[in-house]
Design a protein. Structure first.
Length: 260
């Protein structure tokens, strides 16, 4: 087999990766499968390699570990069983570059921990919940969880999701349940998730500990829980709305669920 001259690179295109992934590569030791898999893995590693700027982002998020844990110790929540700094950092390093870029486009990325406490118990220290028990009573985590979101005070209105004046003359015609679904599809296309209900109050509490406002003019909406007729939302209090309403203050927050 001819060797590539020293100093001469090999351009790797999407078509090249596909060819390598499907072609049979033989040598006299019968190593076609191992060779193909090694090459494919090499190309994948190269594709997911982070730039220095992206590595700086990972390091910056990892450095939030102690302050994010301190949110809960300051509120009197025991942190036994919380993920270790090594577990969080390992997960951060495994994230695709696309996901970090997508999330960072919405604001400064923040590491959030979700304690194994019912949301309504946490809400006593963070916000009101007078009329929202049906939608929030069973929300919580069974063990420590974590993830990433942004601490933007208000997520921006999107005229492609909520029709406003001048957009197809359909102002206020798209339903809340449809808009939440559109936000979820958008985030998934960006390699992100829709913030789950059990992440909202922990995210709010962490922001307030750091003197940040959350949802001052907009609201964060969530998927309609099974067996309920109202759609949960968070603002200065835990609240609800009608699935078939069309609320101009409806927003959804991006989320990346951590894995340890």
């Amino acid at each position: 087999m001819d060797r590539i001259p020293e100093g001469q690179g090999l351009a790797v295109t999407r078509e090249t990766r596909q060819d390598v992934a499907t072609a049979e590569i033989f040598d006299d030791r019968g190593a076609s499968t191992q060779t193909r898999h090694a090459l494919v893995q090499c190309f994948r590693n190269n594709e997911d390699a982070k730039t220095p700027e992206q590595m700086a982002t990972v390091n910056r998020i990892a450095s939030q570990y102690n302050s994010s844990v301190a949110t809960w110790t300051s509120l009197g929540v025991a942190v036994d069983g919380i993920q270790t700094e090594e577990q969080v950092t390992t997960w951060l390093n495994s994230l695709p570059s696309k996901a970090l870029e997508s999330l960072g486009a919405y604001g400064e990325i923040r590491l959030k921990f979700i304690p194994p406490v019912k949301t309504l118990e946490l809400a006593n220290a963070a916000c009101h919940h007078d009329d929202a028990r049906e939608m929030w009573n069973h929300v919580g985590a069974s063990e420590w969880e974590f993830g990433l979101t942004v601490d933007a005070e208000n997520m921006p209105l999107d005229p492609e999701i909520y029709y406003v004046n001048g957009i197809n003359e359909k102002n206020g015609t798209r339903k809340n349940i449809e808009m939440v679904d559109l936000y979820e599809k958008r985030y998934q296309a960006e390699g992100l998730d829709l913030m789950p209900q059990n992440a909202y109050v922990p995210s709010l509490a962490d922001a307030r500990i750091r003197k940040l406002s959350f949802d001052s003019i907009s609201c964060t909406y969530f998927k309609l829980p099974e067996g309920t007729e109202s759609i949960p939302r968070g603002e200065v209090e835990l609240s609800w709305s009608y699935p078939k309403g069309s609320d101009k203050d409806l927003r959804c927050r991006p989320w990346l669920q951590g894995k340890s």
